[in-house]
Write a protein that binds this ligand. Structure first.
Ligand code: ADP
Length: 470
C-alpha cells in the first residue's frame, strides 16, 4: 500500500496527464496535471469511466484495445469534463501483477500548441512559396520584356553605324552596342536565375562537335582579349572524343562566363583554358576544365561567397568592374546539372584558377571501358593567339612591354575622349606598373598625367597623354 502511494506521488509530479483504469474502464487514479487539464476531480472521476475521456467507440473491449495499442502512441481527441476536447498524443500501457491482477495506464499529452505551431509553420512556408513564385514570375516576365527593346536598340544602332561616315560617331555607336551586350548578359543571367529558383532549369541534350564548340568560344572572346591587350589560349587534350552528347550551348555559357570574368579582372598577362579527359565509364566521359588568369585574384575569406547569388566580393569591385554577381551562381548550377562540380583556387594579386568537371555521353567507347585518367594527358592546341605572359610585359623596354604600353595609351586616350574618368584612372594605374623601370622624367610626366585625370581635366589630360606617346 505504501509503495502504491509512492507511485501515485511520482505520477502527481509528472507534467502530462496520467490516468489509471481497470479492464472495465473504471478510473482509479488521475494525477494532478490530469485533474487540471481535464477538469475532473478525483472524486468525480470515480463515478466516470475512461470511455468518457479517451475512446470514441463506446463498445470497445478496453482490455483488448489497450493490449493492441500498447506498442505505440495514438493521436486522438481527449474529452474534458465539460465536454470540450483537445488533440492529444496518448500512450496506453497494461501492467500485469504476479497475482494476475492488472491495471491500465494512459498518459496523455495535449498537442494543441504543437499542432498550432505546425499549421502556422505550414502557412508560413506556403506564403513564402507564393511570394517566391510571384517574384520569379515577375522577374521572368520583366527580363523577357527587356529583351525586345535591347534588341531594337542594337538593330537600329547597327543600321546607323553602317551609314555613318564619321569615325568618332561610329566609335560612340560601338560603345552603345557594348552597353547593349552587357545588358543582354544581365537579362540572360536574370532569366536563368528565375528558372533555377522555379526549378525549371533544364538541359537541351544533343550531339555536338566538341572542338567546334571550343573554337566558337575562342572566337567570341578573342576580340575582348585583343582590345584589353591580354593573351587568350585554349589547350584541348588529344584524347577527348570529337563528338559528345550534351548541352553545348550551356557548356559555352559556362566557359564564356569564366573566361569573361578572367579577362575582366586581368589587366596584364593572360587567360588560359585547359581541358582534359579525366574519367570515362562506358559511354560517359568526364572532362575537367581549368580557366587560369593572372588577374587581381580573390582573398580566402571571399571564396565561400563566390558561387552564391548576387555575391560580389566587395562593393569596390562592383563600382570598378560592374556586374550583378549572378554569373558564378548560374555557372555553378549549370555545372551541377551536368553532373559536375566547380572550385576556385586563388591568391590575391596573383590570379585565379577556376576548375570544373562536367560529364557528357559519347559513342566512342571502344578504347576505355572504365578509366581514371591522370593529368596531364594532352596536347593539341586549338588556338593560341595573342599569347603573352605578365613577366614579359613587366620587363621594361621588352617588345612585350612596349606592345602593352602602347595598347594602354590608346585605351587611356579613348577613355579620356569619351569622358570615362574611372576607366582612364584605371588605365593610368596599369601604365604606372608597365613603366615601373622608366627614367624619372617619364615617371614625372606620368604623375602629372594621372593628376590631370583625377581632376577630370580634359585638355590637360589629352596634352599629357600625347606628350607621353611621342
Ligand atoms: P558577375 O555576373 O557580376 O560578373 P560573378 O558571379 O561572375 O558576377 O562574379 C562574382 C564576383 O566574383 C565578381 O564580382 C568578382 O568580385 C569575383 N570574381 C569572379 N571571377 C573572378 C576572377 N577571375 N578574378 C577575380 N575575381 C573574380
Amino acid at each position: 500500500m505504501e509503495s502504491e502511494q509512492v507511485i501515485r506521488d511520482i505520477f502527481n509530479d509528472v507534467l502530462g496527464c496520467i490516468i489509471i483504469f481497470d479492464n472495465e474502464g473504471k478510473v482509479t487514479f488521475i494525477n494532478n496535471a490530469g485533474q487540471g487539464e481535464l477538469g475532473y476531480s478525483l472524486d468525480s472521476l470515480y463515478i466516470h469511466n475512461i470511455l468518457c475521456v479517451i475512446f470514441p467507440d463506446k463498445d470497445v473491449d478496453i482490455a483488448r484495445y489497450v493490449e493492441s495499442a500498447s506498442q505505440g502512441e495514438i493521436e486522438t481527441p481527449v474529452y474534458r469534463a465539460n465536454n470540450t476536447c483537445f488533440p492529444a498524443k496518448v500512450k496506453l500501457n497494461r501492467i500485469v501483477f504476479d497475482n494476475k491482477q492488472s491495471v491500465n495506464i494512459a498518459s496523455i499529452i495535449n498537442i494543441t500548441d504543437e499542432q498550432y505551431l505546425e499549421s502556422e509553420m505550414h502557412n508560413a512556408v506556403k506564403h513564402m512559396e507564393d511570394v517566391m513564385r510571384t517574384r520569379n514570375e515577375f522577374v521572368a516576365n520583366i527580363t523577357h520584356e527587356l529583351r525586345t527593346p535591347v534588341n531594337g536598340i542594337k538593330g537600329h544602332v547597327k543600321n546607323l553605324q553602317m551609314e555613318e561616315p564619321d569615325s568618332g560617331k561610329r566609335r560612340t555607336m560601338d560603345i552603345i552596342l557594348k552597353c547593349c551586350s552587357n545588358m543582354e548578359k544581365i537579362i540572360n543571367d536574370m532569366l536563368d536565375f528565375s528558372k533555377i529558383e522555379a526549378g525549371k532549369f533544364e538541359l537541351n541534350i544533343q550531339e555536338f562537335d566538341f572542338r567546334e564548340c571550343i573554337n566558337h568560344v575562342v572566337e567570341t572572346n578573342l576580340p575582348v582579349a585583343n582590345e584589353k591587350g591580354i593573351g587568350l589560349s585554349i589547350t584541348v587534350a588529344e584524347d577527348i572524343p570529337a563528338k559528345l552528347i550534351g548541352d553545348d550551348l550551356r557548356l559555352t555559357q559556362i566557359l564564356n562566363n569564366l573566361i569573361s570574368n578572367g579577362m575582366k579582372f586581368t589587366s596584364i598577362g593572360s587567360v588560359k583554358v585547359e581541358v582534359y579527359r579525366t574519367f570515362q565509364k562506358n559511354d560517359v566521359v568526364e572532362l575537367t576544365f581549368f580557366v587560369i588568369d593572372t588577374g587581381i585574384g580573390i582573398g580566402p575569406e571571399q571564396k565561400d561567397r563566390l558561387f552564391k547569388s548576387f555575391s560580389q566580393v566587395d562593393g569596390s569591385v562592383t563600382r570598378q568592374y560592374g556586374g550583378t554577381g549572378l554569373g558564378l551562381f548560374v555557372t555553378r548550377q549549370l555545372v551541377e546539372l551536368m553532373n559536375g562540380s566547380i572550385t576556385v583556387s586563388s591568391e590575391r594579386g596573383k590570379g585565379s584558377t577556376f576548375s570544373f568537371t562536367v560529364c557528357f555521353k559519347t559513342n566512342e567507347t571502344g578504347r576505355d571501358k572504365e578509366k581514371i585518367i591522370s593529368l596531364p594527358s594532352f596536347k593539341q592546341n586549338i588556338s593560341i593567339d595573342n599569347e603573352n605572359t605578365s613577366e614579359q610585359a613587366f620587363i621594361y623596354g621588352s617588345p612585350e612591354n612596349k606592345k602593352q604600353t602602347r595598347s594602354m595609351y590608346e585605351k587611356l586616350l579613348l577613355s579620356v575622349e569619351i569622358g570615362n574618368w574611372e576607366k582612364a584612372e584605371y588605365f593610368a594605374d596599369v601604365l604606372k606598373k608597365l613603366l615601373g623601370g622608366a627614367d624619372d622624367e617619364l615617371k614625372h610626366k606620368l604623375f602629372r598625367m594621372t593628376m590631370s585625370i583625377r581632376k577630370e581635366d580634359y585638355d590637360k589630360s589629352i596634352a599629357y597623354i600625347n606628350e607621353m606617346m611621342n
